[in-house]
Design a protein around this ligand. Structure first.
Ligand code: OXD
Ligand code: MN
Length: 595
């Protein structure tokens, strides 16, 4: 078979997949606007996309109610040895898993077109970037990939020149018999969904879901699970982190990369507008950072994505005005509600709730309806270049030098607003023990404490104990060029259940303290858990916050911290012999400090 690229491995792979999946035809994508418009027009014609009259060039999709989020239970890291996937991943033997999936893939594209999508994660040609080729039978996936990655015919040229690529096979798992009418959102039942990764051969096989990270394989599958395993082998880092640039009134730039679990406000922080006068914040990425040590010995980060796949509910001109301005036009909305005048709406978007909507399931909705109008995991897909505060260097192939790492989570008690790690090793301990209360974005009960090391629990493509070791090794290589490490908690509550910290734009006050720590302009007090701001060092000018709230935000309750120790011990015990001794030592030292 002659493909669009003269690349033997690619053409052989495509031929094998076509033989197995039996599509009606093969289409080689080129990433042009014309291609996007044509495919979107087809989806409007079939009824799976709704044109939004009020938003230029924007469309609404409603998924099947069973296909609304990443399916962590059906996500597999398939390594030859179970131990190499580790306790945080689901594991199946690669031979068995491939056999099962081959059975499912057999004839799964009948009645459909197979699209071949050549894409780059990271600016095309950057030394940090990687090329992928996704094969899919979903035109929705093609249009989303156009925004979330760089899809281009130039990649065929690179492949023809012998460039390596990561093969990503995707099918919605819904073949059509002759004459069968298609569903508006075809997908397979949950027990047949598989999101599988074979990190030993840099291969991704996804089956049965058309949604988000299950189907847009450049994102969580390639840029985190496969890339994290590659990064360990090759000595770099692939992290679940936003990237931002903060500029102080004197023009000094700081680059910050921050890891928070899903639904802890990464997109909001990445697009923040500082309340403190003279400080400027620009967005480089909102979800993933790839970092390599540059010629200067520092860690340089790129955002491998080309767009934002953001959670819509809760996004408003109050919480994230820059995101609201980003989604004014050229957007794909998924599972949002539809207004009577042809716009989207979601919970938290406006103070005033519309009197009538069509909900995400396509039913009439009024404020009296018992269910939410938009699904809590409803999303917008949009180009990063549309963000009004996108940094001019966001596509710099060399990346930006990282000064600060932040870890954090959602904790209504115990954890103070901010503290700094004593050193790199202690910082790795903070990342390794990071925890967050679960929200509706996670499967399971809301409000449970879940350890989510480095916010990578669902995304690390190998043994988490080895991942901790990789972080420690990177610190050894970086030496005094390593970024400083901080831990934050925007979500501490009063005994009455009220948030103590205003968050959003006022988080800039916390970031300013971090920058001033780097400059050596402010001190810190040593506590059992880390270094906290001295009284008066956090810039609270113009902020109306009660002193007792500040005290509570900064309070360390040694008893409450001691009560956390058994859970940290249990968490660490999971990694057995793979847990680095340095982290055991950190735990012992914390115990000693707490007395
Ligand atoms: C995401 C997630 O979609 O982390 O970014 O769940
Ligand atoms: Mn994420």
């Amino acid at each position: 078979m002659g493909g669009a690229a003269k690349n033997e491995k690619l053409n052989k792979w495509i031929e094998e997949i076509a033989d197995m999946c039996r599509p009606d035809g093969i289409y080689w994508c080129d990433g042009t606007k014309e291609e996007y418009d044509r495919m979107m027009a087809k989806m409007v014609e079939t009824g799976s996309a709704t044109v939004l009259e009020k938003r230029p060039n924007s469309f609404l999709f409603r998924t099947d109610p069973s296909d609304v989020a990443r399916v962590e239970d059906r996500t597999f890291i398939s390594t030859s040895s179970k131990d190499d996937a580790g306790p945080t991943n689901n594991w199946l033997d690669p031979v068995d898993l491939k056999n099962t999936m081959r059975g499912l893939y057999q004839g799964c594209m009948k009645g459909r077109t197979m699209y071949v999508i050549p894409f780059s994660m990271g600016p095309i040609g950057s030394p940090i970037s990687k090329i992928g080729v996704e094969v899919t039978d979903s035109p929705y996936v093609v249009c989303n990939m156009h925004m979330m990655t760089r899809v281009s015919a130039r990649i065929y040229e690179m492949l023809s020149a012998g460039e390596e690529f990561i093969p990503c096979l995707h099918s919605i798992g819904a073949p059509l018999a002759a004459g069968q009418k298609d569903a508006l959102w075809p997908c397979a039942p949950i027990e047949n969904k598989y999101i599988s990764h074979f990190p030993e051969e840099n291969l991704i096989w996804s089956y049965g879901s058309g949604y988000g990270g299950n189907a847009l394989l450049g994102k969580k599958c390639l840029a985190l699970r496969i890339a994290s395993a590659m990064a360990r082998r090759e000595g770099w880092m692939a992290e679940h982190m936003l990237i931002l640039r903060l500029t102080n009134p004197q023009g000094r730039q700081y680059h910050i990369a921050a890891a928070f679990p899903s639904a802890c406000g990464k997109t909001n922080l990445a697009m923040m507008r500082p309340t403190i006068p003279g400080w400027k914040c620009e967005c480089i990425g909102d979800d993933i950072a790839w970092m390599k040590i540059g010629p200067d010995g520092r860690l340089h980060a790129i955002n491998p994505e080309n767009g934002f796949f953001g959670v819509a509910p809760g996004t408003s001109y109050g919480t994230n005005p820059m995101a609201m301005d980003t989604v004014r036009e050229n957007v794909i909305f998924t599972n949002c509600a539809l207004t009577d005048d042809g716009d989207v709406w979601w919970e938290g978007m406006t103070d005033e709730v519309p009197g009538h909507l069509i909900d995400w399931k396509g039913r009439d909705w009024t404020p009296d309806s018992r269910e939410e109008a938009a699904h809590p995991n409803a999303r917008f897909t949009v180009l990063a270049s549309q963000c009004p505060v996108i940094c001019k260097d966001w596509e710099n192939p060399a990346g930006v030098p990282i000064d600060i790492f932040i870890f954090g989570g959602r904790r209504s008690s115990v954890v103070p607003l901010v503290y700094e790690a004593f050193n790199w090793e202690h910082g790795v301990f903070l990342g390794a023990t990071a925890a967050s209360e679960t929200t509706s974005a996670n499967i399971g009960a809301v409000g449970n404490l879940r350890r989510d090391p480095f916010a990578m629990k669902p995304f690390c493509g190998y043994q988490m104990g080895d991942y901790f070791r990789h972080w420690l090794d990177m610190g050894d290589t970086l030496g005094d060029k390593a970024p400083r490490i901080f831990y934050v908690n925007w979500f501490r509550k009063s005994p009455e259940g009220m948030f103590l910290w205003p968050g959003f734009s006022d988080n800039s006050r916390v970031l300013k303290w971090m920058c001033e720590r780097i400059e050596g302009k402010v001190g810190a007090r040593k506590t059992e858990i880390g270094l906290l701001p001295n009284d008066g060092d956090l810039d609270l000018s113009g902020l109306d916050i009660a002193p007792e709230n500040m005290n509570e935000l900064m309070r360390i309750d040694s008893g409450a911290w001691r009560a956390e120790l058994p859970d940290i011990e249990r968490h660490f015990a999971e990694f057995g012999a793979r847990l680095p001794a340095k982290l055991k030592k950190q735990l012992q030292e914390l115990k000693k400090r707490l007395g």
